[in-house]
Design a protein around this ligand. Structure first.
Ligand code: AMP
Length: 249
């Protein structure tokens, strides 16, 4: 089975986002960027499937600026076979990303696509679903575990109140949740080996799809600052404050 893993380069999850003074977006100048954490989990899943002999080839694809190549290299150092970089300086919306990924999946004749549940920069959480609809493939979203079952894949999904197991006929799509696995660190020898692995270069224009934005960002603001807490003397004072000051009980 050929496995395709789309990965996005995003603001590192440890970095505190700074909003641009004109409120047009988050300032990404000179800040650490990394692979979207959910996509690291997807890469780990694909590499584990290759090690188990269920994946015959693993391909990583990223749509983003020139530096997205570094993110692809990280995935190659973790064990993916080869990369495809679709270079653009625009932060394309999920529908545009899904249309491009559909085209990549078809030309690569992929059998299985593993995306992150969401990209932590914009929190859309919609690309996997849109891609499944465009390809007319089944999707198991928010996967907690994945197991091959003959021609099908059984996916245990995280749902409100528990876990739900679904069977997907191949070709299929899965989106990863945090508990699926623990992504490995790339070892130095594997980082060196990854430098020799091929990365194919493309642009969104190569796919002939409409990538025009459907959304207009009106403004981006920081969340309200948290006010300092206070210490209460005893439970009675706590109840009094909750009742008479906060008005929550
Ligand atoms: P989103 O729907 O934007 O929250 O993203 C969900 C998932 O779609 C991510 O975890 C990635 O697997 C994939 N994805 C989103 N944007 C890109 C991109 N620019 N390049 C590659 N994959 C992407």
């Amino acid at each position: 089975m050929k496995v395709l893993v789309p990965v996005k380069r995003v603001l590192d999850y440890n970095v505190k986002a700074r909003v641009k003074p004109d409120q047009s977006g988050v300032d990404l100048a000179n800040v650490k960027m990394s692979m979207n954490p959910f996509d690291e989990i997807s890469v780990e899943q694909a590499v584990q499937m290759q090690e188990a002999g269920t994946a015959t080839e693993t391909v990583v694809v990223s749509i983003g600026p020139a530096k997205a190549q570094e993110t692809i290299r990280t995935a190659l150092a973790m064990g993916m076979d080869r990369g495809i970089h679709i270079q653009t300086d625009e932060d394309l919306e999920p529908l545009a990303v899904a249309k491009i990924l559909k085209s990549v999946a078809e030309s690569e004749e992929a059998d299985f696509i593993i995306l992150g549940k969401q990209a932590i920069d914009n929190d859309f959480g919609t690309t996997g679903g849109m891609l499944a609809a465009l390809l007319d493939w089944p999707i198991g979203s928010a996967a907690n575990s994945i197991e091959q079952d003959g021609d099908a894949i059984n996916v245990v999904k995280e749902v409100d109140g528990g876990l739900q197991t679904v069977k997907l006929q191949m070709p299929a799509i899965v989106t990863t949740d945090l508990r699926l696995n623990e992504p490995r660190y790339a070892s130095l020898p594997n980082i060196m080996k990854a430098k020799k692995k091929p990365i194919e270069a493309k642009t969104p224009d190569d796919f002939g799809v409409d990538t025009a934005p459907r959304l207009k960002t009106l403004k981006v603001t920081e969340p309200p600052k948290r006010e300092a807490g206070i210490k209460v003397e005893d439970a009675a004072q706590l109840v009094d404050k909750l009742k008479n000051e906060a008005g929550v009980i």
